[in-house]
Write a protein that binds this ligand. Structure first.
Ligand code: AMP
Ligand code: MG
Length: 431
């Protein structure tokens, strides 16, 4: 908190490029300390330590087929079936020359047997089995430690825990797992004009649509959102109190509204008093007033109040930040090179993100706008599957121009946000 910050107005903050803003934000983020969590609740989390096998899998030689355990060197024509070995242990069965043991997949191979011949290659009559083909030593048997050898590093620190990883942890008996926890995220709407969704707005009032929309955005990325029940009024003391309280219950705070130039836009100054503002303006459209602050080591995103601005800023900055805090390495959406169906205007000063529908055609990808692009026009974000990236500059884009599109419905595919527009490396999707 500095005297300089205290008196700063929105326009006094440096106008950062998209890349510089992200660099400052990502540089301030650190994963939360690791915790032990029950296996049932670690799906999608990042492993905090290497996992080393303390046992062999399988721990006993096991059949991979339903068939007969035999001696491979035995040449007896018909063998006496000495019993049946199901999954689970029987100690009394032994295979020797002239005998075989019926055995099921996953069952321990009985003493003496060195191969399993599948049922399909045998005929059993009256307790005697005839082999229709030869079987070699070790055939259809999983040796001890064949899948996982004791001492082997099975999962590396930093692995994302999906179904296969969780299966491996369960196989090795890890009922609790060291993971990087998901940050707890509070969502706070600010604005004197806001009323709850169930209320009928009076003249000048609007319903608070950002809180549920941002909370949904948080949930879509797999995090828990704590949405403040009431919007906070545009009052410095109230804002400060609400910010401090929200941060006491969460690891990250997202606010909406109150970061532009208006006389009642007081969120920036509240944040500056409580901590340090690292990003105060960004040369993007929508989202110019985007604000990022660190308060007592916790990140706060001050999103602009216009519904599209707040969701686009969430997509471009908050989502990758939450992923980074969770230790996830993939942060950037895939991008493709698209051909514009219609001409587009270009902003001379700001990189623009336009919501669009991208489709595949025989020559690659085409993009068409999804309706009016004003930052209150939430309808045109609904149904859009891409944000076109239009770098600032002179001259417009005629129909047929090629630009980059971020595919906002596709999972993250790159380790950083696309740096430097236009893209260096393109990835293709849908075929
Ligand atoms: P602000 O960023 O506070 O200047 O607000 C910009 C515009 O977004 C204004 O038209 C606000 O009424 C609108 N707005 C702010 N907060 C919300 C919200 N929570 N839900 C819907 N619209 C909002
Ligand atoms: Mg406002």
């Amino acid at each position: 908190m500095t005297a300089k910050n205290r008196s700063k107005r929105s326009c006094d903050y440096a106008m950062l490029s998209f890349e510089d803003a992200w660099r400052r934000i990502s540089g301030a983020l650190t994963p939360l300390p690791p915790v032990q969590q029950p296996l049932e609740s670690v799906t999608g989390l990042v492993l905090a330590e290497d996992v080393i096998a303390r046992e062999n899998i399988p721990p006993f030689a096991a059949s991979t087929m339903d068939g007969y355990g035999v001696l491979s060197a035995d040449t007896t024509c018909e063998r006496f079936v000495a019993g049946e070995q199901n999954a689970g242990l029987r100690l009394d069965l032994t295979v020797k020359e002239g005998t075989a043991v019926r055995i099921m997949t996953g069952a321990p191979v009985p003493a003496g047997a060195d191969a399993v011949i599948p049922f399909e290659q045998t005929v059993e009559t009256d307790g005697r089995v005839r082999l229709l083909s030869a079987v070699g030593p070790g055939e259809n048997i999983r040796a001890i430690g064949q899948d996982i050898a004791s001492g082997e590093t099975v999962l590396k620190k930093g692995s994302v825990l999906g179904p296969a990883e969780i299966g491996l942890l369960a196989t090795l008996g890890h009922s609790r797992v060291p993971v990087l926890p998901r940050p707890r995220v509070s969502v706070m709407a600010t604005g004197n004009e806001l009323v709850p969704i169930h209320a009928t707005p009076r003249l000048g009032q609007i319903r608070n649509s950002n809180a549920p929309a941002i909370a949904a955005a948080v949930k879509v990325c797999g995090f828990d959102a704590i949405a403040l029940p009431q919007p906070v009024v545009d009052d410095e003391a109230e804002l400060e109190r609400a910010i401090v309280e929200a941060l006491s219950k969460s690891d990250v705070l997202i606010t909406s509204g109150g970061v532009s130039m208006g006389t009642r836009d007081l969120v920036k100054s509240a944040l500056a008093r409580l901590g340090e503002i690292l990003v105060g303006r960004v040369a993007i459209k929508p989202g110019k007033p985007l604000t990022f602050a660190m308060i007592h080591g916790k990140p706060v995103f001050g999103l602009p109040g216009n519904p599209v601005s707040s969701l686009v800023c969430f997509e471009q900055f908050v989502r990758p930040a939450l992923r980074r805090m969770s230790g996830l390495r993939l942060l950037g959406r895939p991008c493709v090179d698209v051909r514009l169906e219609q001409g587009l205007r270009r902003d001379p000063d700001r990189t623009e993100f336009q919501r669009a529908i991208v489709e595949r055609d025989p020559e690659g990808f085409t993009a068409r706008g999804n309706g009016p692009q004003g930052s209150s026009r939430l309808k045109s974000l609904s149904g859009a599957n891409a944000l076109l990236v239009l770098p600032a500059g002179k001259g417009d884009y005629p129909a047929g121009s090629r630009v980059m599109a971020l595919l906002i419905n596709q999972p993250e595919a790159s380790e950083d946000l696309p740096a430097g527009f236009p893209p260096q490396k393109l990835q293709s999707f849908w075929g």
